[in-house]
Design a protein around this ligand. Structure first.
Ligand code: AP5
Ligand code: MG
Length: 217
């Protein structure tokens, strides 16, 4: 499966891409995660990206294209991948087609994770990542037992630098302005599928699998 998860910040792209990776082996390719790794490593690219990400703006298309080109050429992406957070504007969507054509691939579909804007703020301000397991959690939505399991294992619940209300507000605006037009782009290409992405992560995953034609157990 070669697919793009489209959706606003907090729509659950990372949560669901990880599930697909675990169950089917298609790597989750998240430009946000790759950029955060570059920031953490202190590389030149990371230094350039940090301030832009902290403000909730888009990192340059050139930087992101270089990252995605390298990542999709890796062996583990040969049999499929789930793109999470890329493409984010028309230029990136066109770049993706070129990169895939060069690799001899094409997209099977693009899935819109559809969530009302009102619940995104709560999902984003509540998001935490366990420092031990890397598990994505939420102080408002995750079972208390999952949150406790992290701290009991000696982990900390880490909050992302861009998950504060001011930056989230800008990320949502950038999404509406730059990324939402891709919904029409993929609809026109006949590739768009839409998943109602509210409700429990398990229910959303079941709907996502159905949309991808891999429903059932
Ligand atoms: P990125 O990391 O891609 O962030 P984003 O698009 O803002 O999306 P999020 O990761 O915030 O949300 P998500 O949809 O993955 O939701 P999640 O599953 O975590 O990008 C960050 C920055 O990097 C950008 O602002 C930009 O600067 C830069 N960047 C990245 N890609 C770029 C590109 N292509 N071009 C240029 N710049 C780029 O879920 C959120 C929370 O909700 C979690 O706590 C989760 O546990 C919870 N949750 C999930 N599903 C449910 C559910 N069904 N019910 C209850 N809670 C749920
Ligand atoms: Mg994410």
């Amino acid at each position: 499966m070669r697919t793009v998860l489209l959706g606003a910040p907090g729509s659950g792209k990372g949560t669901q891409a990880k599930r697909l990776e675990d169950d089917f082996g298609w790597p989750q390719v998240s430009t946000g995660d790759l950029l955060r790794a570059a920031v953490a490593s202190g590389s030149e690219l990371g230094l350039k990206a940090k301030a832009i990400m902290d403000a909730g703006n888009l990192v340059s298309d050139e930087i992101v294209l270089a990252i995605i080109k390298d990542r999709l050429a890796e062996d583990d992406a040969a049999n499929g991948f789930v793109l999470d957070g890329f493409p984010r504007n028309g230029t990136q969507a066109a770049d993706l087609e070129t990169v895939l054509a060069d690799l001899g691939f094409s997209l099977d579909c693009a899935v819109l994770m559809d969530v009302g804007f009102d619940i995104l703020m709560k999902r984003l301000t509540g998001r935490r990542t366990c420092s031990v397991t890397g598990q994505l959690l939420n102080v408002y939505f995750s079972p208390q037992s999952d949150l406790d399991a992290c701290t009991e294992a000696g982990g900390e619940l880490i909050q992302r630098a861009d998950d504060n209300e001011e930056t989230i507000g800008n990320r949502l605006e950038v999404y509406q302005r730059e990324t939402e037009p891709l919904i029409e782009y993929y609809r026109d290409a006949g590739l768009l599928r839409t998943v109602a992405a509210e409700g429990s992560p398990e229910d959303v995953y079941a709907r996502l699998r159905t949309a991808l034609g891999i429903g059932g157990n």
